[in-house]
Design a protein around this ligand. Sequence first.
Ligand code: HEC
Length: 474
Amino acid sequence: MDLPIFHLDWLNNRFLIGIIAVLHVFINHPLAVGGIAFVSTLEWWGRRTGDARWDKLAYRIMTTFFVITTTIGAMTGVGIWFSAGLVNPIAIGSLIRVFYWGWFTEWIVFVTEVVLILIYYLTWKSWTAQGDAKKRSHIRLGFGLAAASWLTMVLIVAILGFMMDTGTWLRDKSFFSAFLNPAYLPQLSFRTPVAMMMAGGAGLFLVVFFTRGDREFRMKAVRAIALWQLCWSPFAFLGATWYANIIPSTMIANLSVANTTQHFAEWFSIVKQLVLYVTLGGMVLAAWAVIRPQWYPRAMYFVPFIGFLFLLGHFERVREFIRKPFAIGNYLYSNGIRAQDYPLLQKEGMLKHLTYISAREITPENQVRVGKELFMAACSRCHTINGINNISSNLEAMYGKSKTWETDVVANYFVAMHKTRTFMPPFPGNDDERKAIASYLVWLQTNRDEAEPAQSSGVTIPKTEQQPGMAQQR
Ligand code: HEC
C-alpha cells in the first residue's frame, strides 16, 4: 500500500491481472506443459509403428504449439508478474523475498525450456532425415523438453499454493515450509493431468485441419488422442478431490461469490452443475471417440477443447477469489497491508504512516480529498471509482439510489465490513479515517470524480516532509 498507486479505473486492477493470467494459463497448460509431452509421445508412437503419418501430424501440431507458446505464451507469462507487480508491488516484493532461490531456479529452467524448444522444433526435419539413431535422440530431446516445461509448473505452483495457504511458514519463515505449503502438492497433482488432458483437447482440435483427405488415419488419430485423455482422467479426478479437500474452510465461505459475483451468487448451484456436466460430457465424448471413432461427430472435435477452457478459466478465477481478503494467506491483505501492521494502523491511523498522502491531519476542509486518498490506499486494489466493481454502485446496492446516503451510516458499515463480507479486509485505519472515506463516498453520490493514479498524475507528499530544494512532483 505504501507505494505510489498504479490504478486502472475503467477496468479494475484485478481484472487486468486476471485477463493476462487466464490467457497465459490457456496457452501454458495445453500447449506447453501438457503439449510437449503429448507431441513427444506422438513422435515416439510414429517411430514405433513405422507410420510416417504420425510423425507428420506431430510435427504440424508442434508447429502450432511452437508459434503460440513462444509469442503470446511467453509474453503473457512475463506479463502476469509485470501487471501484478504494478498492482500490488508489496505482495510481489514479499513473494520475491520468500521465494528468492525458487524464482532464480525458475528463471534458469525457463531459459532452458526456451532453448530446448527452439532446438527441438528446428532440428525435427533434419534429424529425422538422418536416420534412426538421430530420430531416437530427437525423441529423447522431446521428453527432456517436456520435463523442463513441467518443472516450470512445479516451481510456480509452489508460489500459487503459498498465496492461498502459507501453512507453517508464518511461524518458522523458512523457504522449505513456504515451498511445501499445504496447497502445493494437491494443486500440482491436479494441474499436471489437467494440462495433459487439455493438450489432447488441443490436439483433437488440430487433427481436423491436419488430417484432411485421409479419413482412415484421422480415425486412428482421434482414437489415440481420446485414449490419451482417458488415461490421464483418473489422475485429474484424484488431484481434484485432494485439492478440494485441503481448501481451508474460510475460503469455502467465499465460494458462492467466487463462482460468479455477489449479484449472481444465487446462480452458484447452476454454475456448479455446469462444471459437473462439462466434466462428465468430456469423459463421455472421449469414451465415444475410443469405441466408435468413425461415428464421432465433426463438431465434437472442437467442443472438448472449449469445454476445457471454460473449466480451467473458471478454476483460476475461483482460486484467485477464494483466498480473499488475503493476497498471501494470513500474512498480507489484498490491499497490500500486512496483517501484523493492522493494530498499529487502526490505533494511530493510516495518515501517520502513509508516505504518499497529501496531509497528515483531517480537517473539515480537506476531509473529502483526504477521504479519497485513503480510499485509494485502502480500497482501490479491488474497487474503482467509475469502472468495474465501482464503489458507487456497491453503495447504491446497499443504500438505494434515490435515498441520500449518510456519512455516519456508511462509516459504521466499515467497522464490521470484513465480517459481513468475508472477502474484504478489515478497515485498516482509525475512526476519523473511516469518517473521511465515508464522507468522500457520500460526496460521490452527488458529484462526479475521476481517479488520479500515480501513472498519470504523479504523487503528492506533505510539504513538511519534502527535501529542501526538491520540487513537489505533480
Ligand atoms: C480484497 C478486495 C476488496 C477490498 C480491499 C475492498 N473490497 Fe469492498 N468489495 C469487494 C468485493 C469483491 C465486493 C463484492 C462485489 C460484488 O460481487 O458485488 C465488495 C463489496 C463492497 C461493498 C458493497 C457490500 C455489499 O454488501 O453489497 C462496499 C460498500 C464496499 N465493498 C466497500 C469497500 C471499502 C470502503 C473498502 C476500503 C476500505 C473496500 N470495500 C475494500 C472487494 C474488496
